[in-house]
Design a protein around this ligand. Structure first.
Ligand code: AMP
Length: 280
């Protein structure tokens, strides 16, 4: 595996091979590993798999955990090698944000009026800004993003389409702990008690997807009640059912939908979601 830290080195790395990019913020866990292996399978033996690790300051809001976000570079490198990475791109903040007139890239506001959008103003603009920069530098044919951050995936697909970028965006399944908790770099912020309560996010979302005899509003109420009952240390930021493509709230599940939630446990903000298909 080659490690590259400077933008110009990666820019000059044209290979003629299919390039697959897996962007991350590091503190890699088994969920990232599976995402990277998915990237490897899409690249095939002949293609080039590039993983980026960059804790992107512009996607953190004031008071969020940019400074304290876990950084585990040595472990990350070993995991990238084990998962078949060809190139690890690990730029500094100065490298990525050196231009004096950096206007950034805005997320399409049609997709950010629900879920994490209102909770984290500017977050998806920061995500689009950094992903656009990574795409411009690396020029991937394919980029892989986790469905765990489903709204991010939708926002990036929309950005690629709006800007006519020649990149295929692939969503990769959420990898979970045995008890259902979605793996996340932020799970390490949880105390033992919070950790014991955190699997309720997925349990409540599964309840929404399985209770197909109930109206959406009743399903949401049952899920909220379950979280309040089983996770007294958690505070629900949102729990919504949205259209999987447009991220608009759905009153009725009459098209491919997504039930998604964010729950704050102390300093850890956990998110999760589940895909729900309409019953025909
Ligand atoms: P992050 O480093 O948390 O920004 O995540 C980098 C990429 O890994 C994003 O595309 C995430 O959606 C994805 N990811 C994070 N956790 C998981 C997981 N448990 N399963 C699958 N993908 C994940």
């Amino acid at each position: 595996m080659t490690i590259i830290e400077h933008a110009e080195e990666i820019e000059h790395l044209s290979s003629g091979k299919t390039r697959v990019l897996v962007p991350t913020m590091g503190a890699l866990h088994h969920g990232h590993e599976r995402l990277i292996r998915h990237g490897r399978s899409l690249a095939g033996k002949a293609g080039q798999l590039i993983v980026s690790i960059f804790v992107n300051p512009t996607q953190f809001g004031p008071g969020e955990d940019f400074e304290t976000y876990p950084r585990t570079p040595a472990e990350d490198r070993s995991l990238c090698i084990a998962a078949g990475t060809d190139i690890l791109f690990q730029p500094t903040v100065e490298e990525m944000y050196s231009a004096e007139q950096d206007l950034g890239t805005n997320a399409d506001t049609k997709l950010t009026g629900t879920l994490c959008g209102p909770d984290r103003p500017g977050h998806f603009d920061g995500v689009c800004t950094v992903v656009n920069k990574l795409f411009s530098l690396i020029q991937p044919d394919i980029a892989v993003f986790g469905k765990k951050d489903y709204q991010q995936l939708a926002v990036i697909k929309q950005m690629a389409s709006n800007l006519k970028m020649p990149v295929k965006i692939i969503g990769s399944e959420t990898i979970r702990e045995k008890d259902g908790l979605a793996m996340s770099s932020r799970n390490r912020y949880l105390s033992a008690q919070q950790r014991a309560q955190a699997p309720v996010l997925y349990k409540a979302l599964k309840g929404i997807s399985e209770n197909n005899n109930l109206e959406s509003a009743a399903r949401i109420k049952a899920a909220r009640d379950m979280i309040a009952r089983e996770a007294p240390l958690g505070k629900i930021s949102y729990l919504q059912i949205v259209d999987r493509e447009t991220m608009q709230e759905l009153m009725e599940i009459d098209r491919p939908a997504l039930a998604a939630t964010a729950v704050q446990f102390g300093t850890a903000r956990l998110i999760d979601n589940i895909e729900i298909d309409p019953v025909i």
